[in-house]
Design a protein around this ligand. Structure first.
Ligand SMILES: C[S@@+](CC[C@H](N)C(=O)[O-])C[C@H]1O[C@@H](n2cnc3c(N)ncnc32)[C@H](O)[C@@H]1O
Length: 400
């Protein structure tokens, strides 16, 4: 997903009146508030996205893609996955060509990334070693993923993820930003937590409550962050458990996460981020009201890169590098790939112009180009400073 923050003219908004909301879920949230009092925002977000009966990610149809609510890099164009495949091949080589080489993708969604990676894996030994393990929150999504791969001739490499240790790469593109976040606000010199209540008309309203956990203050203090008076911010405490669990079966290899986010010092900047980074996506429009279209709009918050790096270290992984998506793709030769496609007589004018415009968005520092690519290794012997992976030829400083 990308949204331009550069102050460019926006297209007029499309009519969203028929999007509606999941009435059953909305009523259950109201009932929980009526019996338990104001609901911490983190609980609201968990229900809005993950409730098995009405949560956004539990809907029958996946929502990325042109017909959905947002466009991710793999959905935008297969050149993203094809270029990433160059990096995966390099990792496989450096690991000593393990067979099987597991690619476990969290938030595998429609399979757009898997299709592009598998379609571009043209070294026969590499292709033969790959076993692709899709993981997603909804079993129907994983079943649809498998069907799509079978229909595309990749069925034989798709395997079910299990707890056995493996060598390979754990991938997650735009997954961390979907984890439920606490929202906090600095009020009269104290940290307060945001919660959801209902007004007399039953509409959801925000209220400030005493923090429900001291972990919120501990996280900010650990990152040397002091919020300014009135500043609102999101804190993703779920990151630590998610990363620990995702990394647990990795015997040798990398955890590779791609998402929009920033180190804590930038993320909690009291001037640029005074109102936090929580956003709602619906039909390719972005807004900041999480209480509209309950269960029918995506909710996300920027990822705290400092917290990710700490969580990965706590999970026993070593930081290999953090860079931007633009730098990673350039390091992996995306421009050369463009030239090859351009020179191919089979490429139509339409395909080429679509590719070029997609590339602009993938690399644009005001759009997806500024996304962070973060890699952490287990039993990864190479000295990243001496011989960086191609995607980390340029690295951003690691936060401590
Ligand atoms: C924004 S979409 C990204 C999909 C895909 N990775 C892409 O880049 O097109 C987020 C995906 O992550 C899945 N998801 C959300 N939370 C998850 C979690 N905690 N574990 C695994 N998958 C999750 C959703 O169902 C959805 O398919």
């Amino acid at each position: 997903m990308d949204h331009v923050e550069a102050g460019l003219r926006r297209e007029p908004p499309t009519d969203l009146s028929d999007v509606g909301e999941d009435v059953g879920l909305r009523d259950r949230i109201r009932a929980e508030i009526a019996s338990g009092g104001p609901m911490p925002f983190v609980r609201f977000m968990e229900l809005a996205l993950y409730d098995p009966d009405g949560g956004y990610y539990r809907a029958e149809d996946p929502r990325p893609g042109m017909a959905g609510d947002f466009l991710t890099a793999p959905e935008l164009h297969p050149i993203f996955g094809a270029t990433l495949c160059v990096g995966l091949h390099e990792i496989w080589e450096r690991l000593g060509r393990p067979d099987p080489f597991i690619l476990r993708e969290h938030g595998a969604g429609t399979g757009a990334l898997a299709l592009a990676i598998l379609g571009a894996a043209d070294d026969p030994a590499f292709r033969a070693a790959i076993r692709y393990q899709p993981v997603d929150i909804d079993p129907r999504r994983v079943a649809a993923f498998r069907e799509r791969m079978v229909a595309s001739g990749h069925g034989e490499v798709i395997v079910t993820a299990n707890d056995s240790p493996f060598d390979g790469v754990i991938l997650g593109n735009e997954v961390l930003d979907a984890l439920p976040v606490h929202r906090v606000r600095q009020r009269d010199g104290r940290l307060m937590e945001l919660a959801v209540t209902t007004d007399t008309a039953g509409q959801f309203r925000e209220v400030e409550i005493e923090p429900t956990t001291s972990a919120l203050q501990t996280r900010l203090a650990g990152e040397s962050v002091e919020l300014a008076e009135g500043q609102t911010a999101e804190i993703c405490l779920a990151l630590d458990a998610w990363i620990a669990e995702a990394a647990a079966p990795l015997a040798r290899g990398l955890l590779l996460l791609i998402d929009y986010g920033a180190p804590a010092a930038q993320l909690y900047d009291p001037v640029r981020r005074r109102d936090g980074t929580l956003r709602a996506y619906v039909r390719h429009q972005v807004h900041d009201d999480p209480y509209r279209h309950v269960g029918r709009q995506d909710l996300t918050a920027h990822v705290d890169v400092t917290a990710v790096e700490r969580a990965a270290r706590a999970a026993g992984l070593a930081t290999i590098g953090t860079t931007t998506q633009a730098e990673a793709l350039m390091g992996l030769g995306i421009e050369e790939r463009l030239r090859v496609i351009q020179a191919d007589p089979a490429t139509t004018f339409e395909a080429y112009t679509h590719l070029r415009s997609s590339l602009m968005r993938l690399l644009d520092p005001a759009a997806m180009g500024r996304f962070r690519v973060m890699a952490f290794g287990r039993d990864w012997d190479d000295d990243p400073a001496a011989d960086p992976l191609r995607m980390f030829a340029y690295r951003l400083p690691t936060t401590r």
